[in-house]
Design a protein around this ligand. Structure first.
Ligand SMILES: [Zn+2]
Ligand SMILES: [Zn+2]
Length: 100
């Protein structure tokens, strides 16, 4: 193999590596906009009642079990969460009531 083709090969490897790095970084930068702040129950703030704080979401609950395979049957059950404890999304902050 001549030195030139070795260099070209190395160049392709490096550019591929860089493209992979930048690609990963770009994807990582996009993610925070799509990720919705979630409560520990797995539901977002929108699922929680603003006054009572009760969660209106559904939770996949195992209802059928197999000795070998474990849970084999699931049912959607109402979430038992009673208060949103996840991070507060900034846009959901609303002006406090004026009690004057
Ligand atoms: Zn919750
Ligand atoms: Zn919930």
């Amino acid at each position: 193999m001549d030195p030139l083709s070795l260099l070209v090969g190395a160049g392709i490897a490096v550019s591929g590596f860089l493209a992979g790095r930048f690609g990963t970084r770009r994807r990582a930068g996009e993610r925070p906009e799509q990720v919705e702040p979630l409560c520990t129950c797995g539901h977002g703030l929108a699922y929680h009642d603003r006054e009572s704080q009760d969660c209106h979401g559904l939770v996949k609950t195992a209802v059928k079990f197999d000795k070998v395979y474990g849970a084999v049957g699931y049912e959607m059950r109402p979430c038992t969460c009673r208060r949103y404890v996840g991070p507060m999304p900034l846009e959901t902050f609303y002006a406090p009531e004026i009690t004057d």
